[in-house]
Ligand binder design. Structure first.
Ligand code: PSU
Ligand code: MN
Length: 302
């Protein structure tokens, strides 16, 4: 029987010597980005982490084994194989037990990274409270997992397809701190500003490292922290195009009866097609920026 969780040798070496490591999720590769571009982009995200001075650890379940750090063959497998499961925390044990292959969400990646001793994680946008959640109860497990996981997630805010106000309220209830990176506004994923203010702002990786140290000293490291890094002004989506894609996408999801964990991939795909690739370009730009910043934060706190 193979071990259920295997840490890649380079990642293990870095962790053992206290070197900087950044965890990366795999749902964005399998379900968030269109094929065949997804594999190339997954490699670029790892490259951005290396350029920022850290070792990348993309996490996924491959043939029944949780792998923390993927070699290129495993990365290609997750990016190209049909029928890869979108795996949140609750799915992990079942995917492993069935010998299956699963791509980990923010929630599952955060839980596994913390388990492996990796304190910093980069992604695109956080899951959150979906629009209409007061009727559907659709709230991403990303939020509840962050409330009990020792991880710093670098993201471009919550996906704009969500109810952002409700997501921010839930993050407050769940004791998840949100730090704006060089901004006082909560970023809106494809847009730099979601329209909501933030209470805490940090202006350098060293400042983030200081917050992480204080959290540890206070014994509060069981709670997650969100480092919200806005997409750059050059890369953000045109707000009018964004609004139009969002409206038509929500209506299309409703008409097609899309529910549960299929909602997010459906809407991301809708955006990519409706904006003729503009949202994809923005998505890639923000993920690469987050990967680079996460590496700098990991290096500053290593
Ligand atoms: N951010 C992206 N692309 C994605 C996701 C986030 O830029 O594909 C994924 C993440 O894995 C996140 C998931 O955890 O969407 C949220 O899904 P749900 O709303 O079903 O919890
Ligand atoms: Mn959901």
């Amino acid at each position: 029987m193979p071990a259920a969780l295997v840490i890649d040798a380079e990642v293990e070496d870095a962790l053992r010597s206290g070197g900087p490591v950044v965890a990366l999720e795999s749902t964005i590769i399998s379900h968030g980005l269109p094929r065949p571009d997804n594999l190339r982009i997954a490699r670029e995200i790892e490259r951005a982490v290396r350029d920022g001075g850290a070792v990348p650890a993309t996490i996924a379940v491959v043939d029944g084994v949780v792998r923390v750090g993927l070699d290129d063959a495993a990365l290609a497998f997750v990016a190209t194989r049909p029928g890869v499961v979108k795996a949140s925390v609750r799915d992990l044990a079942a995917v492993v037990a069935s010998g299956g292959t699963g791509a980990t969400t923010v929630a599952a990646t955060a839980a596994l990274a913390a388990r492996a001793g990796i304190p910093v994680f980069a992604t695109g946008g956080l899951g959150g409270v979906h629009r209409g959640a007061s009727a559907t109860w659709d709230e991403s497990a990303d939020l509840t997992t962050l409330s009990r996981t020792a991880i710093l997630v670098v993201c471009a805010g919550a996906k704009s397809i969500l109810d952002v106000a409700a997501t921010l309220e839930r993050l407050e209830t769940l004791n998840v701190a949100v730090l704006g990176y060089r901004t006082d506004r909560f970023p809106g994923f494809y847009l730099a500003d979601s329209g909501f203010p933030l209470h805490w702002r940090v202006d350098s990786p060293a400042e983030v490292a200081t917050v992480l140290r204080a959290r540890r000293e206070l014994g509060l490291d069981g709670y997650g922290i969100v480092l919200a890094n806005p997409i750059s002004a050059e890369d953000e989506l045109d707000p009018a195009l964004h609004e139009q894609a969002l409206r038509s996408g929500l209506a299309a999801a409703d008409a097609a009866g899309v529910t549960g964990k299929d909602v997010t991939p459906f809407l991301l795909d809708w955006f990519h097609r409706e904006t003729a690739g503009e949202s994809l370009r923005a998505n890639v730009a923000l993920v690469l920026a987050n990967a680079r910043l996460a590496a700098e934060v990991a290096a500053a706190s290593a």
